[in-house]
Ligand binder design. Sequence first.
Ligand SMILES: NC(=O)c1ccc[n+]([C@@H]2O[C@H](COP(=O)([O-])OP(=O)(O)OC[C@H]3O[C@@H](n4cnc5c(N)ncnc54)[C@H](O)[C@@H]3O)[C@@H](O)[C@H]2O)c1
Length: 247
Amino acid sequence: MRFEGRTAIVTGAGGGIGEAYARGLHAEGARVVVADIDGDGARRVADSLGEGALAVTVDVGDPASTDEMVAATVEAFGGVDHLVNNAAVFGDMELAGLTDVDLAYLDRVLKVNLLGVLHCVRSVAGPMAAGGGGSIVNQSSTAAWMGISGFYGLTKAGVNFLTAALAHELGPRGIRVNAIAPGPTLTPAFDRQVPEAFREPLRQSLALKRFGHPDDHVGPVLFLLSDEAAWMTGHVVAVDGGQITRL
Ligand SMILES: NC(=O)c1ccc[n+]([C@@H]2O[C@H](COP(=O)([O-])OP(=O)(O)OC[C@H]3O[C@@H](n4cnc5c(N)ncnc54)[C@H](O)[C@@H]3O)[C@@H](O)[C@H]2O)c1
């Protein structure tokens, strides 16, 4: 029960990996804000968790909306200790290259996947610091390191930069910032996004020869959020079955 008495916000927690994060935190005693642009998904997850869970509908691409999310959290639970920036445009993402993606669409993806992380951190930093500090985990992707995933990879490379920069900016206020970079993980969004023909070669490219499951990410995220990682900040940790090896 590493999170007894703590409050955590998980964005994009209305399904997929974010739902697993919300469940993992709640199981270890945290009060959890299940935040998602998909309000029905957020309510489904929060209702199934029961006491100590609150559903909030948020658009992380809109700073006024992330301020409201944090205000609702403080009103319900008295403060906020942890934030997981998991929300992103991923599952129904348009397939286009950097040179031909519709610019209005690119703008929206940058607003959600990249600036959304910053909006949530800016909204949460004041209350988190006022409560004595806390910890944040951003959701990156191995795509950030692969150079082949176009604008999606661009947003996740930006998340890696934000992780390092925010760790330095918020460290003096007692707030740690790290990131997880998942490899290919079996979620409904992955099913919609990754064509059948790509799957077997992709699976074979992993050292462990199996795709990830949302629960594979829960232990690493809880570790990074917890006091066990009290002297870790600014890192991006690959949780990817050995897809990426960096020496
Ligand atoms: N599944 C994978 O293979 C994989 C691999 C690497 C990284 N990731 C990352 O992990 C995270 C979760 O992925 P997933 O597979 O569970 O996909 P997912 O699409 O189910 O999760 C994204 C969640 O974010 C929510 N969301 C989208 N836009 C939002 C917005 N503007 N405001 C608030 N919420 C919003 C969606 O409703 C959804 O619940 C994403 O950041 C994704 O980029 C996934």
